[in-house]
Design a protein around this ligand. Sequence first.
Ligand SMILES: Nc1ncnc2c1ncn2[C@@H]1O[C@H](COP(=O)(O)OP(=O)(O)OP(=O)(O)O)[C@@H](O)[C@H]1O
Ligand SMILES: O=c1[nH]c(=O)c2[nH+]cn([C@@H]3O[C@H](COP(=O)(O)O)[C@@H](O)[C@H]3O)c2[nH]1
Ligand SMILES: NC(=O)CC[C@H](N)C(=O)O
Ligand SMILES: [Mg+2]
Length: 530
Amino acid sequence: MHSKILILDFGSQVTQLIARRVRDAGVFSEVHPYDVSDEFIKNYGAAGIILSGGPNSVTEGDTPRAPLAVFEAGVPVLGICYGMQTMAEQLGGKVENGLVREFGYAEVRARSHTALLKDIHDFVTPEGHGMLKVWMSHGDKVNEMPPGFKLMASTDNCPIAAMADEDRRFYAVQFHPEVTHTVQGEAIIGRFVHDICGCQSDWNMPDYIAEAVAAIRAQVGSDEVILGLSGGVDSSVAAALIHRAIGDQLTCVFVDHGLLRQDEGKMVMEMFANNLGVKVIHVDATAQFMGHLTGVTDPEAKRKIIGREFVEVFQAESAKLSNAKWLAQGTIYPDVIESAGKGKKGSHTIKSHHNVGGLPDTLNLKLLEPLRELFKDEVRKLGVALGLPHGMVYRHPFPGPGLGVRILGEVKKEFADLLRKADAIFIEELRTNFVDPNAEKPVSWYDATSQAFAVFLPVKSVGVMGDGRTYDYVVALRAVQTQDFMTAHWAHLPHELLGKVSNRIINEVRGINRVVYDISGKPPATIEWE
Ligand SMILES: Nc1ncnc2c1ncn2[C@@H]1O[C@H](COP(=O)(O)OP(=O)(O)OP(=O)(O)O)[C@@H](O)[C@H]1O
Ligand SMILES: O=c1[nH]c(=O)c2[nH+]cn([C@@H]3O[C@H](COP(=O)(O)O)[C@@H](O)[C@H]3O)c2[nH]1
Ligand SMILES: NC(=O)CC[C@H](N)C(=O)O
Ligand SMILES: [Mg+2]
């Protein structure tokens, strides 16, 4: 058994980054909602508990509090931001609605006398104070520490920026050590989980594979499993892992909804059936999906229809097998978190990702989701460890609803055909142009971006080609760089490259006469346009 850290989520947008940092330290962690029962905490067996930040204010009535069992479990507790505030309030300190709000970069004077921050700092002032460069995001602040606590860090705006009761091993910081902008964040989280909670670094891929394989075998027994295979990273890795566990008991179903990229179907079939020896059924459901999408323009409605039809196909295919009891999916941790946000107080649903939450109660298959605990880059490492080709594992993600969310408004076959061509040109150019062609190991623009694609805009604009007037559609190019797809920057592609892509699309794709480049970050935009 691994030692594990329990993270209680108070609704922060960056809670999953806490889990990320803990995993980076080689320690397993899970996020659960703040309102789990005392019973849950007692039985969980955490080596330590972290309380996340959150949008609420403890100064208002009826806002979230940590279960009391957290403070009675006898294990170290780290409160972050709201987590610090609720810890202070629950243990007898005071929190006030701050007059000065702090968002963004701050320098914190860190006192070196606690186990958490000892000898961790970014620089030392002439007066000899150790300073941390951190990221803050709060309006409230602790103005009176609970009995037993001592001051651990301060800023001018926030005199109690961190506090600790070392006898009980309770620590709290107002800043966010989980974000990369907090330079020593990794060191601080590492200090907490290793030195204070006593966890070993025992979360690694080879062990994980052996454990996951054993768990899948135990769970599935002699049943058959069907898996929705998209050719994307997540479902491919899930397929390889499950195949390793149960071999031919696994049947993959690859659904062509008519909204795939150019040559995608051919590629996926070749890769899996021919190279990996996995059973794959190719279902051409174009007519079914396109039929139901006719006349539908609302993005959420489109997503729901696509999700529903996926389930229809999976159900129909499983009925053809003799003993299919499980539906496997490449659901990964961020999918789970984003969907969990749906019922969560104070969190908004931005988009309905089709693979989680969209499954009906009537689904007569149990869910098998072996990647549920992993982040994308962990999934990639797992894929490599399972022997999948580099090119497949490092592909850009492609959303389940496919081109359906990249054709704005109503989806039509004519639009999908134009978009496929434009997208293929863009991707080809990204693959064959390099950031620094003279580098020892040149990196292509495809590898230098996290996701890139073309979007079809159903608006027509006037152009002139070969002295003739054109009145054709517009394609937008999107390329982003991101760590975790939660926030993203638009990629600064060279103008020459953009020019070349634009020329090629307009020349080669009849029906497109204008190309634009999307320069919006996430937030405020999202990566996909719908
Ligand atoms: N065309 C498809 N046929 C069958 N299943 C699909 C298809 N598209 C998506 N799915 C299912 O939906 C899940 C979610 O899709 P998602 O795009 O998040 O993951 P992925 O395609 O496996 O990986 P990536 O994020 O790299 O694209 C997939 O893991 C897969 O189980
Ligand atoms: O499997 C998926 N099903 C979906 O319904 C879906 N919607 C968006 N995405 C992908 O998620 C990442 C973040 O996308 P957004 O910024 O557009 O929300 C990006 O990588 C998107 O491509 C999806 N993946
Ligand atoms: N990021 C946070 O956890 C913020 C906590 C609280 N809502 C505040 O503004 O102080
Ligand atoms: Mg995908």
